[in-house]
Write a protein that binds this ligand. Structure first.
Ligand code: HEM
Length: 392
């Protein structure tokens, strides 16, 4: 469903919320699925045990049409954490949750600050007119993740180049597949190394704990590490570029933040709600569900539209306004229920540090092109920007 104003979700969502908050839609793949747009119904279904996240289910909604290259090289869907239902979901989630507590992330802040400083140095060195996506938005999460996972410093460049390739607009499908394969092989090597000589980092600790808990096979560890990389990379990169754009397009909000930097926590929270970059969650019904006069049948695909729920006027007053004084944390930009984002504290820390540093060091930062000319990721379920040329 096309967006109108680039910083708002599709206007059709508002009409559906009012008229048919649970409705059937046709997907580009040819499948049919139920689209759920109101906050109350999304929240009810995302925690409903009759709704499954099973990524191997044949009726799981596909958001993009199949491309010829997908058909040429069919692959078995891999099920890890985000695609597991209880009880299988619980043990792997428990195994990694301690790595993402508020305290752990607090300890990482000084290092995240150094990484952000280095990226902003790079942007400044590239000069006015250069691209904030490649210098800052993509670099920060990729460097943070390589430290978190415990990639050795000499290998970080290799890791970063592949992680960026996976997101690049000019990367061909073949190049993207090669980058993904190279990263999987690299992470596999890292796991073998850390199994031989455990290190004090996320993967090192996971391997040591797993010797007792035996939650993961070697393959399972590989998928978990890979999931963390994929889940934490593009999401955070997109929020950095969109958040910067959102602040530059709302100068009164930016002025308030500059005058009182302690507002950064609320600002990040509101930017997360406002952009809700994970537009929909994909699910499948396990049983028949009666809801809002509709019957979702067992095995029907379900799309839980976070992008719409977070602009629901019955929950958020004046929902299309970027208002950093809401002081609410009940938005669902990180999902809700058992799969709620594991990395949310890390994402918040990265965003807070990036926006604070960026606007302190470049107080005259502005867009180098009008909003209408910026290349937004209109065709992606994870909304973002391919490029963000800036001046100062
Ligand atoms: C799950 C959004 C950053 C790791 C999720 C989900 C959402 C989300 C909406 C729920 C998926 C579902 O229910 O199907 C975001 C956003 C981020 C972000 C908006 C940045 C602004 C991160 C980071 C990491 C991470 C930095 C880790 C390094 C995960 C993992 C899951 C997840 C592992 C699956 C959890 C589970 O299934 O139990 N994220 N995420 N995310 N996220 Fe994030």
């Amino acid at each position: 469903m096309p967006r109108g104003y680039a910083l708002d979700p599709a206007p059709t969502y508002a009409r559906l919320r009012r008229e048919r908050p649970v409705t059937q839609v046709a997907l580009p793949s040819g499948q049919k699925a139920w689209l759920v747009t109101s906050y109350a119904h999304v929240r009810a279904l995302v925690t409903d045990p009759r709704i499954s996240s099973d990524h191997t289910h044949p009726n799981l909604p596909m958001l993009a049409p199949l491309r010829p290259e997908d058909i040429d090289t069919p692959h078995e869907p891999v099920n890890t954490l985000v695609g597991l239902d209880p009880p299988e979901h619980s043990a792997p989630r428990r195994s990694v949750i301690a790595e993402f507590t508020v305290r752990r992330i607090q300890e990482m802040r000084p290092r995240i600050q150094e990484i952000v400083d280095g990226c902003v140095d790079e942007l400044i060195a590239a000069g006015p007119g250069s691209d904030l996506v490649s210098t800052v938005a993509v670099s920060v999460p990729s460097q943070v993740l390589s430290e978190l996972l415990g990639v050795n410093p000499p290998d970080r460049e290799f890791f970063h180049v592949r992680a960026s390739k996976m997101l690049g607009r000019t990367t061909s499908p073949q190049e993207r597949r090669t980058a993904m394969m190279e990263l999987a092989i690299f992470i596999n090597g890292l796991l073998i190394e850390k199994d031989r000589e455990p290190t004090d980092d996320l993967l090192g600790r996971l391997i040591v704990n797993n010797r007792e808990t035996k939650v993961f096979t070697h393959q399972g560890l590989l998928h978990m590490a890979y999931l963390l990389l994929v889940a934490g990379n593009e999401t955070t990169a997109n929020m950095i570029s969109l958040g910067t754009t959102g602040l530059l397009e709302n100068p009164h909000v930016l002025a308030e933040l500059k005058a009182d930097p302690s507002l950064i926590g609320r600002t990040v929270e509101e930017l997360l709600r406002y952009f809700t970059i994970s537009d929909v969650l994909v699910r499948v019904a396990k049983e028949d569900i009666e809801i809002e006069g509709a019957t979702i049948r067992a095995n029907d695909g379900v799309l839980l539209c976070l992008g719409s729920a977070n602009r629901d006027e019955t929950i958020f007053e004046d929902p299309d306004k970027l208002d950093i004084h809401r002081g609410t944390r009940h938005h669902m930009a990180f999902g809700y229920g058992i799969h709620q984002c594991l990395g949310q504290n890390l994402a918040r820390a990265e965003l807070e540090i990036v926006f604070t540093t960026l606007f302190a060091r470049l107080p005259n930062l502005r867009l180098a092109k009008p909003l209408a000319e910026l290349p937004f990721k209109f065709d992606s379920n994870t909304y973002g920007l391919h490029e963000l040329p800036v001046q100062w």
